[in-house]
Design a protein around this ligand. Sequence first.
Ligand code: SF4
Ligand code: SF4
Length: 384
Amino acid sequence: MEYLDKAVYITECDDYNIDNIRVKLNQAFTALGLNSQYFKDKNVLIKANLVMAKKPEYAATTHPAFVRAIADIVYQYEAASLTVADSPGGPFNHVTLSSVYNTCGLNDIAGDRIKLNADFTYSPVRTNGFRLKSFNVINAFLKADIVIDLCKLKTHALTGMTCSIKNLFGIIPGVEKVEMHSNFTTKEDFSEMLVDLAEYAVSTKPIIAICDAVLSHEGNGPTHGIPKKTGLILMSKSLFSLDVVAEHIMKMDGEVLFLNYAAERGLTKRNYEDIDIIGMDSVPTFDFVRSDASKSMIIKYPKLLGGRIAKLLETRPKINRKKCIGCGKCASSCPKHTIVIKKNKQKRIAKINPKNCIKCYCCQELCPIGAVDVKQSLIVKILR
Ligand code: SF4
Ligand code: SF4
């Protein structure tokens, strides 16, 4: 049935009990017509969200219980293999990934049935994207027959929301993602690039989106916000439809720019009401605290404000000098090389040169201890 290709299945799920998740996911796979015919003898890749080494309870990374449940299901459908892969921030190599797999709890479930990707090679690809023409993609993605885009529901400093489309940014190897931020410095360009990437990805193989919104993430996402109980699982054969529904669940309807671009290209309906929902009679919604960076009024009223006034309202990253430990991870993830590590009273501390900053918030995302705050402009503070 063709409508199943764009439908979104939603179900409630209260916790990370593996048996519950397996039952719920089994129902979702069945409802979407995903079975042995689909998976038999196929090499399946879970494109996880392993943005940084964080424990599952922070709700910023893929929960191991989902990986276990998906493994049970795809092997029941006679898949040939299952591998988990992502290219987090920082270098795409054994050292980075060992730490990530370990902290994210994936080492505990790895074995013959669940392989953790150890292939750190990548290959160039070409596309006819609006912004993206040629780029590198990790070979783990290229080699898979079927990809399960296993994302979290989270707020995001730059794009407002991260779900299945943004999760695919991790098929670009390591520090090349920094280059992408450097090449696509505005929110508009970066969002258009994300749609190029997703459109490329879905043109190469079947990609099934599964969103773990059992515990979502609000505030300073995608890594330094706080867990938010939403008790849901979403699943779809269309990343684009799933993200539109996810945007509605977060009460962000119309705010996520990359979904505007996806709709303009005919990849999705823009309004969640035009998308077929199965599994639940109505779509639950929640008040998500936005990230500090996206609270700037320029995002809310972009057309009413001229460029100069908008500049005065912009937020910018600010190092929390008390917390900073001078590790330098922000400096190495900054696409504009505008962060230096200085010695200050026997303490190493990061310093941002605001002149070159493009407000991508990679520094905030990748700081291991949450020492990058967001500074609101004085005008925004007064107007609030
Ligand atoms: S701000 Fe964070 S990432 Fe940057 S040096 Fe300080 S602790 Fe490290
Ligand atoms: S300082 Fe932070 S927000 Fe500014 S360009 Fe560098 S990484 Fe991006």
